[in-house]
Write a protein that binds this ligand. Structure first.
Ligand code: AMP
Ligand code: MG
Length: 266
């Protein structure tokens, strides 16, 4: 049941099934993107919740976190077969299609509308944590008292590991394959890491990774990795990506204002 719930959220948000395929037509995020500049699309309430969470962090980071980053992500081609450094002109025209203000959410009608043609949502920073949290809720409803879900970069635990001993989670040292930078003790909480080492390509003598600064369209270079601990995996996932884009002092300012949230910045 927990796996099915994760699958359901993944299916709502995955935006890469082939256009025209049955999978494509069934996915809310694909349908929203296809209808950009045309009209609103009715979606699952979970999609509205994820977009509201995203919008909150767009405001909190003064635009550094933005799920309308899709056109720029596509230009770089991270995760595809031929990632490459885009040209200035194409980068400029893709950036013109990015902006939270052009995303219209209607919770009552459960609709989403992107008002510029070519706009595209990318929930890559949000969906995994949200799905993990939903799966944990399924486990809890079924009476599970101790559990760990490792979704890759996002971890959520319930209860303790054994006999009152918290779950121990290692934070990877960026730039090294095996070294651990620190160990977190988690109990009924989540930890999410955003880092440049998850998805990248090398071009010339430079390395380019998948978390972009929407101001420039280039990879955000302020941090090597950001780990956020919070009670909720959805929040931890959104915040880790959001803080990764900010300068460390701006990131800490946000963390220090939030209760129950802690961060490790590298
Ligand atoms: P995460 O691994 O959770 O940090 O998410 C990284 C993913 O977030 C990328 O692969 C993109 O799909 C998406 N993304 C990249 N840059 C941004 C940004 N500035 N704001 C929101 N999402 C982003
Ligand atoms: Mg994230």
């Amino acid at each position: 049941e927990a796996y099915a719930e994760m699958r359901r959220i993944a299916d709502l948000t995955d935006r890469f099934p082939l256009a025209g395929s049955a999978g494509h037509a069934a996915r809310d995020v694909c349908r929203i993107n296809d209808m950009a500049g045309i009209g609103p699309v009715r979606v699952d309430p979970d999609v509205i919740t994820m977009l509201e969470l995203s919008r909150k962090h767009n405001a909190r980071t003064r635009g550094a976190f933005d799920v309308t980053i899709g056109p720029v992500m596509d230009l770089w081609g991270f995760g595809g077969k031929h990632p490459h450094v885009p040209g200035d002109e194409e980068l400029k025209s893709s950036l013109a299609m990015v902006g939270d203000a052009h995303m219209h959410l209607n919770r009552k009608d459960r609709t989403v509308y992107l008002d510029k043609p070519g706009m595209r949502l990318d929930l890559g920073a949000v969906a995994k944590g949200y799905a993990t949290e939903k799966a944990i809720q399924v486990l809890k409803r079924n009476g599970i008292e101790k559990a760990i879900i490792d979704a890759g970069g996002t971890i959520r635990v319930i209860g303790t590991h054994a006999r009152g001993v918290p779950w121990r989670i290692g934070i990877k040292k960026p730039g090294s394959t095996e070294d651990i930078l620190a160990v977190l003790s988690l109990q009924d909480s989540a930890a999410a890491t955003s880092a440049g080492y998850y998805r990248y390509f090398d071009s010339g003598r430079r390395r380019f990774h998948h978390i972009l600064n929407p101001g420039t369209g280039y990879p955000a270079m302020e941090n090597e990795s950001v780990t956020v601990v919070a009670g909720d995996a959805g929040l931890a996932d959104v915040l880790s990506t959001a803080l990764f884009v900010l300068k460390p002092e701006e990131a800490l300012e946000i963390v220090n204002k939030l209760t129950g949230v802690e961060a490790v910045l590298v």
